[in-house]
Design a binder for this molecule. Structure first.
Ligand code: ZN
Ligand code: ZN
Length: 231
């Protein structure tokens, strides 16, 4: 069994409520090892959530506090070279990972993969294998590079909840950036045969229309701060 704990579920927005106060991040725990993905500016105390390792998707400050502030911790922080070089500060114990290169942390096997999201901040998602389950976590994205391959055999999709209907995809010099709609991501999952679809990183529109959308789409899970799931 893997224990999921959504420590935060808010995107990079001013709006917040009790359910979505902290910036989006997730703990996956298997055999006592706690893997934290992303650690943004508005976050819980590391001494309280006690991760054994931290993975970072990209350098936007709602995912990576070191872009703006120094935080002292001995916990290893796994990130790409581009993310490390972007921030104003650096974690003390950084470890470089590369897109397309699988690595192991205790009983987790982790594949970072490229997603399209930002022109300035190179961004990855993580395909995580543990306990015979496959999870993808991509809280910020317009699209996944090699999507069919990445979404193959996935059991749990955890995606970008920035918008339900609002178009947040932008284009500059031929390059896309921003956020894919929730409905677009649901279509990817249906095509790939993924059963469990969860959204985190909720945006302004999603927070406003969350209850309405939930009623119409009972099969879709919206994460909230503090949500725990055993999978
Ligand atoms: Zn974000
Ligand atoms: Zn971002």
């Amino acid at each position: 069994m893997i224990k999921l704990f959504f420590t935060g579920t808010k995107g990079e927005i001013e709006e917040q409520n009790k359910k979505h106060h902290y910036h989006s991040s997730l703990i996956l725990e298997h055999r006592g090892f706690r893997l934290l993905i992303d650690y943004g500016e508005i976050q819980r105390d590391l001494n309280k959530i006690k991760p054994n390792a931290i993975l970072i998707t990209h350098a936007h400050p709602d995912h990576y506090v070191w872009t703006k502030k120094q935080i002292q911790t001995k916990i290893p922080v796994y990130l790409t070279k581009e993310t490390l070089n972007y921030g104003k500060f650096k974690p003390e114990n950084w470890k470089i990972i590369s897109s397309g290169k699988k690595f192991r942390l205790e009983s987790f096997t982790i594949l970072p993969y490229n997603v399209i999201h930002s022109i300035k901040c190179q961004t990855v998602g993580f395909k995580i294998f543990a306990d015979k389950k496959i999870i993808v976590y991509n809280p910020d994205l317009v699209d996944i590079v090699n999507k069919n391959k990445i979404l193959k055999n996935v059991d749990y999709y955890i995606g970008d909840g920035a918008s339900i209907r609002a178009n947040l995809v932008r284009k500059k010099e031929g390059k896309l950036f921003g956020h894919a709609r929730i409905s677009t991501q649901i279509n990817w999952c249906k095509k790939a045969g993924i059963d469990t679809i969860i959204f985190t990183h909720l945006g302004k529109e999603t927070i406003k229309k969350e209850n309405e959308f939930r009623k119409k789409n009972p099969g879709i899970i919206f994460a909230h701060d503090g949500l725990r799931m055993d999978i």
